[in-house]
Write a protein that binds this ligand. Structure first.
Ligand code: ZN
Length: 61
């Protein structure tokens, strides 16, 4: 799983992104994320990743 570059997140439209949930692989925190059509994910509202500094996430559900 990857966090998208900020510019790529900005370019995503409502038709190409979906809300989802993912868990930080570093600390286990669940975050709301954007999921693209290619199954890349990016945390919503915190493009730098998890507050713990983690940058690897696993989709839930
Ligand atoms: Zn974390």
């Amino acid at each position: 799983m990857f966090i998208l570059p900020t510019d790529e997140i900005r370019m995503m439209t409502e038709s190409t992104r979906q809300r989802g949930a993912a868990r930080c692989e570093a600390c286990g925190k669940a975050l709301a994320v954007w999921v693209t059509s290619t199954h890349k994910i990016a945390p919503i509202g915190s493009v730098d990743g998890c507050p713990c500094g983690g940058s690897s996430f696993r989709l839930l559900g």
